[in-house]
Design a protein around this ligand. Structure first.
Ligand code: UDX
Length: 476
């Protein structure tokens, strides 16, 4: 492209943006895409969400969100009704009607490898590029191995129609499931990588509201933007595995990892978040992202990062085995024919997502050892049943606990944390609870007759409840 041609095109597009706000397409309408599409509509743009799954498009078109995400159904319905948000399976149509194209498709772990499967991102980007009818800004939001953006630029080069200019940039998304709407409407930072002056200006226009509200903007090159996201997740995973490794020392030394985490958290350089010891991390992001980093770092010859991630993964996975071992111990050496009440199936509260859920993993492992695992989750029973149809599912906490030889709290839903310990003790066969998320008020449960066994806290430490811990800390 000549400088003159480039300038001409820049002025063409910028004249357009002065007149009308950019129209937006969002390719892929899972957790990320559906939330992003609704949030863009809330920020005042005309948005078309595209998905190859007609059932998903049909549901979203009438304001139904096919997964549990607090606040999203309301936002989606608001903007389907306002006419600012619509959904289609027709990517060509959506592309022709839009100026900025967000790529929000998944990058799951490849079968038989730690690497991320980028084929959906490649296909979506190529599809958009081929169907451009006017200049388009293709914005990758999916989490990808570093180097993907550059590869996509090469990939589309010969497929963009004559007379049309396409740019590929990266703008990673940091949303958490369960808090996706708030995280998207008010991001704690906006990272844009590989932009020209023009595409940076367009993205600043797209994010004008959060920027005005104070969200910092980091403008960087393409590989840095890709790596920011991967490193953020790698750091969070490392923090969790760190505290779980320290929890092992706590148990061996008779210390209490929860008090220790509170004390560490007061150091502003460390912070208290992501220091909850327990069953460890799962979900659709952290596990596959650290494995993808392991794979990519090895490809790049960055072996320290690869071996650090390997260790983080190993510590995390061993937490699941620890809980299985605690359950076996609680049942006197074997779980065969024991009834085990499993509280929690989702990988964390406020979601029905069971992808790589530590809770379901433990439930299934106990089932394989001959236990009757009775699972209850306030939102994830259906998704769990689809993944593990051979497990039994209860309709309530009381159903799961009734007649149980041991109960396991594997996801820290408020419903479990606030349950009536005395009532549940009456219903259980043997009042033994394994608090795998260190979320129960152990004094209250102990007073109600429960034998409370927690992950990462010696039995002496478990007898000190959260309130006593808080007062100990404040005295100190
Ligand atoms: C994560 C990142 O937080 C988000 O920024 C990114 O965009 C996607 O991946 P998410 O997968 O929704 O988000 O879950 P997150 O809240 O990070 O929790 C991940 C896992 O870590 C959960 O299984 C949770 O139970 C576990 N966890 C979290 C702990 O075991 N201990 C903690 O202290 C915190």
């Amino acid at each position: 492209m000549t400088t003159r041609k480039h300038k001409m095109r820049e002025s063409e597009v910028s004249r357009n943006t002065e007149k009308t706000p950019p129209r937006i397409s969002v390719v892929g309408t899972g957790y990320l895409g559906a939330t992003h599409a609704a949030a863009m509509a809330e920020m005042g743009f005309e948005v078309i969400g595209v998905d190859s799954d007609p059932a998903k498009v049909a549901a979203l078109s009438i304001g139904d969100v096919p997964f549990f995400e607090p606040g999203l159904p309301e936002l989606l319905r608001k903007h389907v009704a306002s006419g600012r948000l619509r959904f289609t399976t027709d990517l060509a149509d959506a592309t022709a009607l839009s100026d900025v194209h967000f790529i929000c498709v998944g990058t799951p772990q490849q079968r038989g490898s730690n690497a991320a499967n980028t084929s959906y991102v490649e296909a979506a980007t190529l599809d958009v590029a081929r169907n451009l009818t006017h200049d388009g800004l293709i914005v990758g939001k999916s989490t990808v191995p570093v180097g993907t953006g550059a590869r996509l630029r090469d990939l589309i080069r010969d497929h963009v129609p004559e007379g049309v200019r396409a740019e590929v940039v990266w703008n990673p998304e940091f949303l958490r499931e369960g808090k996706a709407v708030a995280d998207t409407l008010a991001p704690d930072r906006i990272v844009i990588g590989g932009t020209t002056k023009l595409s940076e200006a367009i993205l600043r226009e797209v994010y004008a509201l959060p920027i005005a509200a104070g969200a910092p903007v980091i403008v960087c090159d393409l590989p840095t933007a890709e790596l920011v996201k991967v490193s953020a997740n790698a750091f969070l995973a490392t923090k969790i595995s760190f505290i779980n490794a320290i929890a092992e020392v706590c148990v061996a030394a008779g210390a209490d990892v929860s008090v220790l985490a509170d004390a560490l958290g007061h150091d502003s350089r460390i912070g208290r978040q992501f220091l909850n010891a327990g069953l460890g991390f799962g979900g659709g992001c952290l596990p596959k992202d650290i494995r993808a980093l392991m794979h990519r770092a090895t490809e790049l010859g960055a072996f320290s990062a690869a071996s650090l991630m390997q260790q983080v993964d190993e510590i995390n996975m061993s937490q699941r085995q620890r809980v299985v071992d605690l359950a076996i111990e609680a049942c006197g050496g074997s779980v065969l024919n024991k009834r085990i009440g499993i509280l929690g199936a989702a990988f964390k509260p406020d979601t029905d997502d069971v992808r790589d859920s530590p809770a379901l993993n433990v439930a299934a492992a106990l089932h394989l050892r001959g236990a009757q695992s009775i699972v209850f989750d306030p939102e994830a029973n259906d998704t769990a049943r689809r993944s593990f149809p051979t497990l039994s599912y209860a309709d309530s906490v009381t159903d799961a606990v009734t007649g149980a030889d041991v109960i396991l709290v594997l996801t820290e839903w408020p419903e479990f944390v606030n349950a009536d310990a005395a009532e549940l003790a009456e219903l259980s066969n043997r009042a033994i609870v394994i608090d795998a998320r260190n979320c129960l008020n152990t004094s209250a449960w102990t007073a109600a007759g429960w034998d409370v066994r927690a992950l990462g806290r010696s039995s002496r430490a478990v007898s000190t409840d959260v309130y006593e811990r808080e007062s100990l800390l404040s005295v100190a």
